[in-house]
Design a protein around this ligand. Structure first.
Ligand code: F6R
Length: 608
């Protein structure tokens, strides 16, 4: 959470920072600020509550400032409300800094360093600025090292010292930072989108090192006073700037929904060998699938919902226990995992702190870890034993869409390989499974082509404060994601229920015109789901029914029917996911809400 950018070089820093912040805004968008190093070494500060647009307008109204180095920040509030004062950067004496993360012991440090009376904001970040200023004599490295030894929690800092013009220092613990030295100057940012306009080559700032940016070089220092001999591995971005632009779509979310078929192909096809999944190029050995007696899936939010679908599909095939845990709970539930457990960690960003903590616990328990991650070089990818990279490209809309589809594709492929390796599938079974997975891609395209019909269906939901999603088995697992999508971007209270569970309480909430989005794509529970739909219909619910093309449905059962192509039952999630995403998208649009940046949320949750 929070977007960070720093620049030093020959170009105008203000322009680079403001453009970079606009690209990073999806990481946090309640306030923004920049600090620029002026020619006389004085540091100019501008910060504004609200979107980056506000900051930009404010800066345009000021006298033109020429500067060649500076730092910028978009905030997702943790300590202290949304205000100009709480926005970053924070200044204390010679120090100006921006911060992503949470300083857990900031209260104790406030007292220890007697900074209470100096604080003008309510943030933990400003406390760090004052302490650093106290520790600073004339050597930034010494002061930053001392600061790092005091801090508990997660942080990514970019720091300027008034008497070190043109230099930007950074340090991180958990919170992500990437950096690059380019012909146009040196850059550092919380994620790649801010670097791509200037370079395709970058490195991930290692934890517990200090980096110093000078106009054409990024130096790396150890925390023990030595120059780091091992320069971090230079990585190459595998997508271009177009991928991070709207390209004619009104919203990133709609663009990303449209990108799903391609993202699926990019994720699946390079891993197909003679018709079956093959992960040799990923360096994932078959032994990890052979040598486990249970699978533990760990993730948050949408990624966790992908895990729920995977369990429903794979447990009956693999015949070993597959558990799915919410990462933020996993650590505290004393999980029964050990060296015979394959822990599958799912994360689009690869930086979600709860998921990262769960990964570390899985390691402590001796489990083998396999991460399904979209962002190359992210912390979860680097700390896992093995990585299956999904190839969705950058996902900018806060509500996850294409990342979910490719997470599912990855999990289906992993399951298929595992079934093959464990003798649960013959080669022919595996080929058939994979062929059906590929068949789901045109089915997704078909649903995208029906978006006008879905838009009309969504219009029936927006008058209601509540909506319910129901289904059985796999359809229930899909419902969870449908409900999350709708609530996060339309602010309609939406809940998913296993259809058979409604009558145990929740049906009390069903009254005239309450929208119920019913999913009935699984043949073995179809008749039972239809009975549950009749129960809510009888109580006045407005039914939007999602069924396969070939399903025979009484015309009076549903108010609206949305048909999906006849893919095999285990694969209906792919077209269904697109339909549910479009329902949420059009509901948000009809309510005139900010589709891409819903309130209170941010992409990449790096606080616990
Ligand atoms: C919802 C959404 C979130 C994320 C969750 C995990 O649309 O995007 O629920 O799925 O925050 O994020 P990652 O996958 O980055 O670990």
């Amino acid at each position: 959470m929070c977007g960070i950018i720093g620049y030093t070089g020959p170009l105008e820093a203000q322009k680079i920072l403001l453009e970079g912040l606009a690209g990073l805004e999806y990481r946090g968008y309640d306030s923004a600020g920049i600090a620029l190093c002026m020619e006389d070494s004085h540091i100019y500060l501008a910060k504004k509550a609200g979107k980056v647009k506000n900051l930009k307008e404010y800066c345009e109204q000021q006298v033109t400032i020429s500067s060649h180095s500076g730092i910028g920040h978009t905030r997702w509030a943790t300590h202290g409300g949304v205000s100009d004062m709480n926005a970053h950067p924070h200044r204390a004496g010679k120090v100006t800094l921006i911060h992503n993360g949470i300083i857990e012991n900031y209260h104790a440090l406030t007292e220890q360093f007697h900074v209470q009376d100096k604080l003008v904001s309510q943030t933990d970040s400003e406390v760090a600025a004052h302490i650093l200023d106290q520790l600073y004599e004339n050597d930034p490295l010494v002061a930053i090292r001392k600061l790092a030894s005091l801090l508990e929690g997660s942080y990514g800092f970019c720091i300027m010292f008034e008497d070190q013009p043109g230099a930007i220092y950074a340090i991180r613990n958990v919170s992500p930072l990437v950096a690059a030295a380019t012909h146009s100057g040196s850059l550092i940012a919380s994620d790649l989108t801010a670097l791509i306009p200037y370079t395709r080559e970058y490195f991930v700032v290692p934890e517990q090192r200090i980096v110093k940016l000078t106009p054409y070089k990024v130096h790396v220092y150890n925390l023990d006073d030595t120059f780091s001999k091992n320069y971090p591995e230079i990585m190459t971005v595998n997508w271009n700037m177009d991928a991070a632009m709207k390209n004619g779509f009104p919203h990133f979310m709609l663009k990303e929904i449209h990108e799903q078929p391609e993202a699926m192909q990019n994720t699946i096809l390079p891993r197909v060998n003679k018709g079956v999944p093959d992960f040799s190029d990923d360096g994932i050995p078959d032994e990890i699938f052979e040598n486990c007696n249970q699978v533990q899936i760990i993730a948050c939010g949408t990624a966790m919902h992908a895990g729920m679908v995977a369990r429903a599909i794979l447990q009956p095939v693999l015949r070993i226990p597959i558990s799915v845990s919410v990462a933020s709970e996993f650590r505290y539930e004393e999980p029964l995992i050990d060296k015979n457990t394959l822990a599958i960690i799912i994360s689009q960003s690869g930086e979600t702190i709860d998921t990262l903590a769960a990964l570390r616990l899985a390691h402590q328990c001796g489990s083998t870890t396999l991460a399904v991650v979209n962002v190359k070089g992210s912390t979860i990818a680097r700390e896992s034993d093995y990585v299956f990279y999904t190839h969705a490209g950058p996902e900018i809309a806060v509500a996850s869409t294409k990342a979910y589809s490719v997470q599912l594709a990855a999990l289906y492929m992993i399951g298929c390989r595992m079934a093959l390796v464990r003798g649960k599938y013959t080669k022919q079974d595996a080929c058939g499974f994979l062929a059906q997975l590929l068949d789901a891609i045109p089915a997704m395209e078909t649903i995208i082509g029906r978006k006008e019909q879905i838009k009309k269906a969504a219009a029936h939901i927006i008058q209601s404060p509540d909506a319910f999603f129901i289904g059985r088995g796999l359809d229930y697992a899909f419902s969870l994601e449908g409900a999350l999508k709708l609530k996060e971007i339309s602010y309609i209270h939406s809940e998913a229920y296993a259809a058979g569970e409604l009558k145990h309480g929740t049906i009390a909430l069903i009254s005239d015109h309450v929208p119920v989005i019913a999913i009935a794509t699984q043949q073995h529970v179809y008749a039972k789901t239809i009975s549950n739909i009749r129960e809510v219909k009888a109580r006045g619910a407005f039914i939007i029914l999602l069924v396969k093309e070939n399903a025979v449905v009484d015309s009076e059962l549903a108010d609206i029917q949305l048909r999906i192509p006849n893919v095999g039952d285990p694969f209906t999630v792919f077209p269904i996911a697109v339909a549910l995403q479009l329902i949420a998208y059009y509901a948000s649009l009809a309510k005139n809400l900010n589709v891409d940046q819903p309130r209170n949320l941010a992409k990449s949750v790096t606080v616990e």
